[in-house]
Ligand binder design. Structure first.
Ligand code: NAP
Length: 455
């Protein structure tokens, strides 16, 4: 893919970047490895000061950065502002928490003093997607930087301005050269980094296809990997709910980031006692969304990230319709310039249809009507994905029992799946493995080294 920034709301080309060569990529690895020698010896307080400065910098330039995100990938401006603030919080979370997260951990044994040291590993490669162009990178980079690793980031090819900006923000905070580096490389050159003996691990957030490819490279080279891949999150509505309240949350869950979130609610599984009421309330709210310019505060649904994404989504929706699914709302694109897609609700999607087990990355909701709770859980688990999920029910004990049976990395009760610095984030099945955020996130790329002294 060419590294090119195009405003998806207007189609205007903003920037084209020449990719690095193999030699330039190797030179960046040299610098990251050189920087690691000093960085691993830098005290936690020393590392912390850079990340606190980074958080400050994000906040002081928030408006400019938010507009950059919106221009480059089409996110609504209020969501872009939220993303920048959230990145500042993640940076502070790891800056302030690392002392506790990485403290030596005693191992109780009778005949020895033994403990685990959480030591850095070296250079870690990150391969990141465009949908949260600051958050994804910050979520990967800040725990690694605090742990004493140095990081190389290959960002998605459609967000080079965000990629460049993140690197320059770190430089503005005087982070030593080589601790964080942006690599403008095509995906074919990721292997150069993963196979380099100085690179100790790779974390990829993205599609199943990219995940499988990078995991294969990691396996071939005996490197650690973390994969944060797609999701097809269930949003289970049981009979004991206030349907209007749930319909408001359903909109929030589905329309976040114009529907382009791995943990957006995608499959609405509703017990039949409240199904028609839910479909009516949900349809009413979906049809009231205001499509428009993502920099306009009045817009409630912006464009998708690229024209190709909108074309692909239309093909997926059309294939469901061709196979017999019913359109409750939308199902097409509006007659306007930009990568827009109309809010869409489908019913009657069955396991034999191609889209049943595919992620629909946009404002398209699929509603399934089931007889009862047991059927809802069975359908929720009938997916090759297992990232997040939600259960809605006033009886919290019942909701918890249902949540325990869902095969996913995260389940939220009475709220759509969300991300917060303190909460572990990640999936099972084809949604990947490993965790980001929380203490678990900073422990992914560290050497859990045993130090043992016999008494
Ligand atoms: P993508 O095509 O897989 O791209 C993600 C990153 O991987 C990009 O930097 C891309 O580079 C790179 N890439 C693609 N193919 C590669 C390969 N064969 N080898 C090495 N690198 C490769 O994903 P996307 O469509 O941009 O992102 C959306 C997907 O990410 C969705 O499935 C979404 O659910 C998932 N996602 C998951 C999480 C999570 O935390 N679980 C979070 C956000 C998004 P190029 O841009 O140069 O192709």
């Amino acid at each position: 893919m060419a590294i090119i920034s195009i405003n998806p709301a207007t189609g205007e080309t903003l920037l084209t970047v020449d990719p690095l060569t193999t030699e330039q990529t190797i030179a960046a690895i040299d610098r990251a490895d050189g920087a690691y020698r000093d960085w691993k010896m830098t005290s936690l307080d020393g590392r912390k000061s850079f990340l606190l400065k980074f958080a400050q910098r994000l906040r002081s330039r928030s408006e400019e950065l938010a507009h950059l995100i919106t221009r480059e990938m089409g996110k609504r401006i209020s969501e872009s502002r939220y993303e920048i603030e959230y990145c500042a919080k993640i940076s502070e979370f790891y800056a302030n928490g690392a002392q506790k997260f990485l403290a030596d951990e005693p191992v109780p044994v009778d005949d020895a003093d033994a403990f685990i040291q959480y030591a850095p590993l070296g250079v870690i490669m990150g391969v990141m997607p465009w949908n949260f162009p600051f958050y994804q990178v910050v979520r990967f980079a800040t725990p690694n930087i605090m742990a004493g690793n140095t990081v190389l980031v290959k960002h998605a090819s459609n967000v080079p301005q965000c990629a460049r900006m993140i690197e320059s923000l770190f430089h503005e905070c005087d982070l030593p050269d080589g601790v964080y580096a942006n690599l403008f490389i095509p995906s074919e050159l990721v292997e150069v980094a993963v196979s380099d003996p100085r690179v100790q691990g790779v974390s990829l957030t993205g599609s199943e296809r990219a995940g499988a490819s990078v995991a294969a490279m990691a396996g071939q080279n005996l490197k650690r990997s973390v994969l944060e891949l797609g999701g097809n999150d269930p949003f289970i509505v049981l009979d004991d709910v206030d349907v209007d309240e749930i319909a408001d949350l359903a909109i929030k869950g589905r329309i976040v980031n114009a529907g382009q979130s791995c943990v957006a609610s995608k499959r609405f599984i509703v017990v039949k006692a409240v199904a028609q009421q839910f479909i009516d309330a949900f349809k009413k709210r979906m049809s009231q969304l205001t499509l428009g310019d993502p920099t306009d505060e009045a817009t409630t649904l912006g464009p998708l990230s690229t024209e190709a994404a909108a074309v692909n989504l239309l093909e997926q929706v059309q294939s469901s319709i061709d196979a017999g699914a019913t359109i409750v709302l939308g199902g097409d694109r509006p007659d306007r310039k930009g990568a827009y897609f109309n809010p869409t609700i489908l019913t009657g999607v069955t396991p034999d249809m191609p889209t049943f087990d595919q992620e629909l990355f946009g404002p398209v909701a699929t509603v399934y009507v089931v007889d009862n709770e047991a059927e809802a859980i069975e359908l929720a688990n009938h997916s090759t994905y297992g990232l997040g999920g939600s259960v809605f029910c006033k009886d919290i004990d019942r909701a918890r029992r249902a949540a325990r049976q869902i095969e996913s990395g995260m389940v939220f009760i009475n709220q759509p799946t969300r991300s917060q610095a303190e909460l572990p984030f990640g999936g099972v099945k084809k949604s990947g493995y490993g965790r980001e955020l929380s203490r678990l996130g900073i422990l992914e790329f560290v050497n859990k080294k045993l130090i043992h002294h016999r008494k």
